[in-house]
Design a binder for this molecule. Structure first.
Ligand code: IPE
Ligand code: IPE
Ligand code: MG
Length: 243
């Protein structure tokens, strides 16, 4: 672990995480893959608490992609049972920490019980004004971009939007992340270095950090180190000034 400490004045406002490696973590220990998802859920609690304590404003967690339905039914149904376990246990702490739950992705396609757990969590934390904990559930960035395109096209077609007025802000506002800041920092655990259809538009200028640890073994100290790594980067946004 590095000797450096976090600069509390430069905490990334918006952090997104591709929580990857649950299956491999389990396999290495000769556990079933679902044991990795269970452990991963505890890490969600730990990292959420740490992020909120550090002053992160928006934490977006990739929990289930539009492509993850391809997995065996038993694994999918186990993953779908996790939101109710997670929220049952964690809602009082979320409320105590003033954390508001939101989602991106098509939650209408989730099993009824999963959706109910998610809807209740959103409702229970509705008045919280601290960190936004944004779960990407049945989320795919290409689908999100297509849907935004369709929304914009229909506004042009019905005459409420002029084609020449379509700009980056209008496009962003038609994405599911409308109103949320783009990630300053995108983290992926597990050692894979790919984006897997996550926030393609929104990460145009995010700092990407790929961590070798599997998600179930990524802890608060690791998260702090990732933030230190972020703080050592020089973001330029196409210009010349080192900020
Ligand atoms: C991430 O871990 C969790 C989900 C995609 C739901 P994985 O299940 O992808 O774990 P690996 O990548 O197979 O190790
Ligand atoms: C990305 O991980 C999705 C989530 C973490 C929810 P995957 O494990 O599904 O991605 P690939 O298949 O390795 O690209
Ligand atoms: Mg994976």
């Amino acid at each position: 672990m590095s000797e450096e400490t976090i600069d509390m004045n430069r905490i990334p406002a918006s952090v997104a995480i591709i929580m990857d490696g649950n299956g491999r973590w389990a396999k290495r220990r000769h556990f079933p893959r679902i044991a990795g998802h269970k452990r991963g859920m505890n890490v969600v609690e730990e990292i959420t608490t740490e992020a909120s304590d550090l002053g992160v404003k928006v934490l977006t967690l990739y929990a289930f992609s539009t492509e993850n339905w391809k997995r065996p039914e038993g694994e999918v149904s186990y993953i779908m049972s996790l939101p109710s376990t997670f929220f049952n246990k964690f809602i009082p702490k979320l409320i105590k920490n003033n954390v508001r739950v939101e989602t991106i992705g098509d939650i209408t396609k989730l099993p009824a019980k999963t959706r109910e757990a998610v809807d209740n969590a959103i409702e229970d934390t509705r008045n919280c004004t601290g960190m936004i904990l944004n779960f990407a559930l049945n989320y795919g960035s290409r689908l999100e971009i297509l849907n935004a395109t369709k929304n914009i096209a229909s506004k042009v077609k019905n005459g409420t939007l002029n084609i020449n007025d379509i700009d980056e802000d209008i496009f962003s506002n038609n994405l599911e992340t409308s109103g949320l800041p783009d990630p300053d920092l995108l983290i992926r655990t597990s050692g894979e270095e790919r984006i897997s259809n996550f926030l393609l538009w929104q990460i145009a200028y995010s700092e990407l950090v790929f961590v070798d640890k599997m998600w179930p073994e990524y802890h608060a100290e690791d998260f702090k180190q990732t933030i230190i790594d972020f703080q050592n980067r020089h973001r330029r946004f196409g210009g010349l000034v080192n900020k």
